[in-house]
Design a protein around this ligand. Structure first.
Ligand code: NAD
Ligand code: IPM
Ligand code: MN
Length: 361
């Protein structure tokens, strides 16, 4: 299979973890006889430095022409004081909007050997396996206009959702639940927000179309609590943009580290973008110690969702699991009697495992 993958490494550890994932994709392509080519483009702070904007037109065009996009992370202290329209994060929001990536799937599944690496009790997280379906192109992140008033002493951020925007993410979540344990939890703040009331109404309407899926509604504050007291109660969670952002970082604690959490950002039609849930980690950038697993697992999602290469995706996931189960870990994980290694060593171990794995057919 011949495919063009656009890489958007971005800033900080984004560059390091994207290079790792590219290595793994090259290993897979060699092993399974595919031909993946790669093209890198600027986004975020590096794009501000090189082009004066966090999202150059040529980056958007390249993504639209690609078969899939793999993104590292954007942002860092160097660009934190720029005006809003020049912030690196605007580049990320811009590419999500430009590609209409409304559905962000964030699977959260712990590895058995990392149970004790979480600050949560093993018996609480044991067996948890959930998927957060986060709406990604609406809500507070895309309010218009977001502005200061009264000489800077008042602010306006608006939260808008249309029926169509809610329907498509809710459909995606029901369909995802049908492929899993058929249990959907819709998370909202319907006791306060009008947008959440419409959200809840639409979930109630849509459930008629998916009679095999059981549905419940949980308010976001309670959901945040349940996520870490009884995570096994969840299968698929569907929620709006900002709630999904916050709950997914929280959920990463179940896996032991934010550095373990991959994601897929999908459009109705058109190219998919794959990115770790974490950021550019300025505190460890440039040290070669970042955990590349979130991005490597995002590359597996890329193979599965954009190219339909299930076996290849599974080869990556199995390799990650095997290496983790042997006790290898990066510095973000606290593994008792583990073997501490750096980004490059982790990547090479995973690549070696893929090379030596027996191909199942
Ligand atoms: P962060 O996710 O970058 O880091 C939070 C903490 O987790 C840090 O201590 C960091 O060292 C650690 N961490 C994250 N990923 C790791 C990995 N792969 N391996 C080891 N440790 C890891 O969040 P932050 O510090 O709040 O934000 C830093 C910058 O990243 C900000 O500019 C923010 O806007 C940006 N950001 C970007 C994205 C993205 O591009 N998708 C996501 C989140 C934050
Ligand atoms: C994420 C990040 C982004 C978000 C930021 C950097 C805009 O936190 O991908 O989770 O909030 O969506
Ligand atoms: Mn986030």
């Amino acid at each position: 299979m011949e495919k063009l993958i656009v890489l958007l490494p971005g800033d900080g550890i984004g560059k390091e973890v994207t290079a790792s994932a590219q290595d793994i994709l090259e290993t897979v392509s060699e092993k399974f006889g595919h031909s993946f080519s790669f093209e890198s483009h600027d986004i975020g702070g590096i794009a501000v430095d090189n082009h004066g904007t966090p999202l150059p037109d040529q980056t958007v065009e390249a993504c639209k022409q690609a078969d899939a996009v793999l993104l590292g992370a954007v942002g860092g202290p160097k660009w934190d004081n720029l005006p809003s329209h020049l912030r690196p994060e605007r580049g990320l929001l811009g590419i999500r909007k430009a590609l209409d990536l409304f559905a962000n799937l964030r699977p959260v599944k712990g590895f058995p050997t990392l149970l004790h690496a979480s600050p949560l009790k093993e018996e609480i997280i044991n067996g948890s396996d959930l998927l957060i379906v986060r709406e990604l192109t609406g809500g507070l992140y895309f309010g218009t206009p977001s502005e200061r008033r009264d000489n800077g002493n008042a602010v306006v951020d608006t939260l808008t959702y249309t029926r169509r925007e809610i329907e498509r993410i809710v459909d995606k979540a029901f369909q995802s639940a049908q492929l899993r344990q058929k249990k959907l939890t819709s998370v909202d703040k319907a006791n306060v927000l009008e947008s959440s009331k419409l959200w809840r109404e639409i979930v109630e309407e849509k459930k008629q179309d998916y009679p095999d899926v059981t549905v419940d509604h949980v308010l976001v504050d309670a959901a945040a609590m349940k996520l870490i007291t009884n995570p096994s109660a969840f299968d698929v969670i569907v929620t709006e943009n900002m709630f999904g952002d916050i709950l997914s970082d929280e959920a990463s604690v179940l896996t032991g580290s934010l550095g373990m959490l991959p994601s897929a950002s999908l459009a109705e039609n058109g190219v998919g973008l794959y990115e770790p849930a974490h950021g550019s980690a300025p505190d460890i950038a440039g040290k070669g110690i970042a955990n590349p697993i979130a991005t490597i697992l995002s590359a597996a999602l890329l193979l599965r969702y954009s190219f339909g290469l299930d076996e290849e995706a599974l080869a990556i996931e199995n390799a990650v699991e095997a290496v983790v189960n042997e006790g290898y870990h990066t510095a973000d994980l606290h593994v008792e009697n583990g073997k501490l290694i750096n980004t490059n060593e982790m990547t090479q171990l995973i690549a070696e495992f893929i090379k030596n794995e027996t191909v199942q057919s």
